[in-house]
Design a protein around this ligand. Sequence first.
Ligand SMILES: CC(C)(COP(=O)(O)OP(=O)(O)OC[C@H]1O[C@@H](n2cnc3c(N)ncnc32)[C@H](O)[C@@H]1OP(=O)(O)O)[C@@H](O)C(=O)NCCC(=O)NCCS
Length: 188
Amino acid sequence: MILETERLILRHWSEDDAEELYKYAKDPRVGPAAGWPVHTSTENSREIIRTTLSDKEIYAIVLKESGLPMGSIGLYHGGLAKNPDELELGYWIGVPYWGQGLVPEASMEMLRHAFEELGLNRVWCAYYEGNDKSKRVQEKLGFVFQCRMENVRVSALNETRVGYVNMLTKEKWLADRALQMADQGEKQ
Ligand SMILES: CC(C)(COP(=O)(O)OP(=O)(O)OC[C@H]1O[C@@H](n2cnc3c(N)ncnc32)[C@H](O)[C@@H]1OP(=O)(O)O)[C@@H](O)C(=O)NCCC(=O)NCCS
């Protein structure tokens, strides 16, 4: 499946993307904030494309302007989504692209896909203490705070952190979207 927004294409990862993936995933400001280690080589990135990023609901974030991937977004069965009508949203983007609202733009399309096409009723999303950028993304998307989790084991990094868990129901997503549409209508 290919998803599209104004500035982005969301499509599956290919092993040919390994070099671009490594370019951004080797930066220590990216993976560790999300709980995974920096990539160590193009070959390491290729292996991660073959394994972790090969899931059906994981997408490369591709900038239309360049046609190249520079981030990743996906819906997956993390520890938070316990029922068949729930999944967890995860995302990251390369540092040169931070601050342009690109992950919120990709996430809005992923949420539409989740609720309208996958038939989900709840999407979970979390961030680790101190990740104010991700907290802000989740606020902008309308996620609602559920709980603070002490002692979250981040096994890939051999660390223990504090986590903040948010959730968005289909009802709230529909209500927020109706408000946004009404707002846009008023401005026109
Ligand atoms: C969190 C992340 C996905 C945000 O993506 P993004 O496309 O930059 O999102 P936005 O443009 O909406 O920026 C979100 C907030 O980050 C902050 N921010 C943006 N650019 C920044 C920069 N260059 N330096 C520091 N903070 C910045 C701002 O507070 C912004 O909020 P605002 O729009 O209200 O000003 C991105 O920073 C990232 O990939 N971080 C590393 C991986 C990660 O943390 N993943 C999430 C794990 S839960």
